[in-house]
Design a protein. Structure first.
Length: 82
């Protein structure tokens, strides 16, 4: 039960971070996450960011090296410095 609540809370934080434009690292710091909760949050946030960036790349009709470069930079910007 605790695990389900933790996952639900982390998904909410990730969605809020993406909507607010804050990086995953900043959001984790604001929420004072540490240990396993922070690791789980960062992993989920990075996955969400990458998915969002890949969608943006598809909307821009990027492919090959241009797509890879765009997705990498977009994901790095969304996650923030560790």
């Amino acid at each position: 039960m605790k695990r389900i609540l933790l996952v639900t809370a982390l998904m909410s934080f990730a969605a809020a971070a993406q909507a607010a434009g804050a990086t995953c690292t900043v959001t984790a710091g604001e929420k004072k996450l540490s240990g396993a909760a922070k690791t789980s949050f960062m992993k989920k946030c990075e996955t969400d960011a990458k998915t969002s960036c890949e969608t943006q790349a598809a909307d821009k009709k990027l492919s090959g090296a241009a797509k890879n470069s765009f997705v990498k930079k977009c994901t790095t910007d969304a996650v923030g410095a560790s």
